[in-house]
Design a protein around this ligand. Structure first.
Ligand code: ADP
Length: 453
């Protein structure tokens, strides 16, 4: 195992990694921007190095500064967390060439799965169903119209290098497709540095179902069940749960087999998530993408399996064998995670940075809170708005919802606005309680609220 690692991230995930390291006896080095000087990850790590000014480009994305910090602190490995450099193959390559272990898969894996078209065709070749659509990047209007004709409307335009739910466009006819294609290309270039786009059939009201995997360097794979992440706003997840209410044991078996088949087809060693859309009309799963990092929502899987994913990820990166067998994995009860963002749900989820004057934290049985905030903490405006993850467990979904409702009602952050009131309403929503949800659910309830006003 490693004796000292650097964490190239901030916020709750930096704390999560520090905690796992402490328990494993690994020393930690935090890096921080000038805006994060008073952050808990700086305080909790064994050492801390300032890597630049507030802007991410000058600090958390500044490869040179991070590698210099690694050199002066003499670490063996770098954990990238999620976001920032976690899925940057160039960074993973630089780590390799500096003889530092990148805690994640190989640069080749990251590059392959980071190209969504390449990921689609790799998994298709492995025998997984994919959403019908392009076989190569779309260069012009004519190609787009031809593809749409062959799969039928509606279609969705996606960036090959896309992520974070950004830059997707839904088109219902030739006219909207033709007028969107060139803008989508230039937007993809501006946002992701790659103009390539592709088209997929747009599945109406699907559920987002994903499977957590971990694979070691000896080819041993574990799949840790599914997460249902259908509660999204503008294609970004707000709440995740495990298991999914709509996945029965037969579907779960089929999904698990698909995931193992896909994972065996690539030479991969780390944590990862295979994402699928479930067409509830046909009960068919379609692979959409693979994330080659630890995800924000990993705690729901930890709660139902009892496996510490960060510790396993560290062990795999250090070259250790996975010690658990697939048949030892049991999904126990139900877990839910609510993303608490510093955003105003009553004002189109506008970011709400600023100083936290009052903070009352939830607690009690079956409640886990992953957060870096404290009373007096000033939420900087420069980074993503996630300030806490509230995760709960229950013997079943209904019980987990009750625990979540209770925990949310204890949670008080002022004066900044957060998504807590939004989640509280969700816990009382009859359709959510029944599990009658899709990726359109949040959009629909927000639309209804505006109509009622
Ligand atoms: P990103 O990497 O930007 O998060 P994904 O491909 O993972 O993009 O998709 C994010 C979300 O967008 C999905 O969870 C789903 O809500 C929606 N989506 C993506 N592809 C489709 C599709 N073909 N049909 C319907 N919804 C889709």
């Amino acid at each position: 195992m490693f004796s000292k690692i650097l964490i190239a991230n901030r916020g709750e995930i930096a704390l999560r990694i520090i905690r796992a390291c402490r328990e494993l006896g690994i020393r930690t080095v935090a890096v921080y921007s000038q805006a994060d000087r008073n952050s808990l990850h700086v305080r909790f790590a064994d050492e801390a190095v300032c890597i630049g000014p507030a802007a991410s480009a000058d600090s958390y994305l500044n490869i040179l500064a991070i590698i210099s910090a690694a050199e002066i602190t003499d670490i063996e490995a770098i954990h990238p967390g999620y976001g920032f450099l976690a899925e940057n193959p160039h960074f993973a390559e630089i780590c390799e060439s500096c003889k530092v272990i990148f805690i994640g898969p190989t640069p080749e894996n990251i590059r392959l799965m980071g190209d969504k078209m390449a990921a689609r065709s790799t998994m298709h070749k492995a025998g997984l169903p994919i959403v019908p659509g392009s076989v190569s990047a779309i260069k012009n209007k004519e190609e787009a119209l031809k593809t749409a004709k062959s799969i039928g409307y509606p279609v969705i335009i996606k960036a090959v290098a896309g992520g974070g739910g950004k830059g997707m466009r839904i088109c219902h006819n030739d006219l909207t497709l033709a007028s969107n294609i060139m803008t989508a290309r230039s937007e993809a270039e501006a946002n992701f540095g790659n103009p390539n786009i592709y088209i997929e059939k747009y599945i109406e009201r699907p559920r987002h179902i994903e499977v957590q995997i971990i694979k070691d360097k000896f080819g041993h794979i574990l799949q840790l069940g599914e997460r249902d992440c259908s509660i999204q706003r503008r294609h970004q997840k707000l709440l995740e749960e495990s298991p999914s209410m709509v996945v029965d044991s037969k579907m779960r078996k089929k999904l698990g087999e698909m995931v193992l088949k896909g994972m065996k087809s690539i030479n991969y060693a780390s944590c990862g998530t295979m994402e699928f859309l479930l067409d509830v009309k046909t009960n068919n799963f379609y692979f959409i993408e693979m994330n080659t990092r630890i995800q924000v929502e990993h705690p729901v899987t930890e709660m139902v399996t009892g496996i510490d994913l960060i510790k396993e990820q560290l062990r795999v990166a250090a070259g250790e064998k996975l010690r658990i067998q697939q048949d030892q994995i049991q999904i126990k009860g139900a877990a839910i995670e609510c993303r608490i963002n510093a955003e105003d749900p009553d004002n189109n989820f506008m970011p709400s940075p600023g100083k936290i004057e009052t903070l009352i934290l939830p607690g009690g049985p079956n409640v886990r809170l992953d957060t870096h905030i404290y009373a007096g903490y000033e939420i900087p405006p420069y980074y993503d708005s996630l300030i806490a993850k509230l995760i709960v467990w229950g013997n079943n979904r209904q019980e987990a919802i009750k625990v979540m409702h209770r925990a949310l009602s204890e949670f008080h952050i002022a004066p900044i606005k957060t998504t807590i009131p939004f989640h509280l309403k969700l816990m009382e929503n009859p359709l959510f309680l029944k599990g009658d949800i899709s990726t359109h659910f949040v959009g629909d309830i927000l639309k209804n609220e505006t109509k009622e006003e």
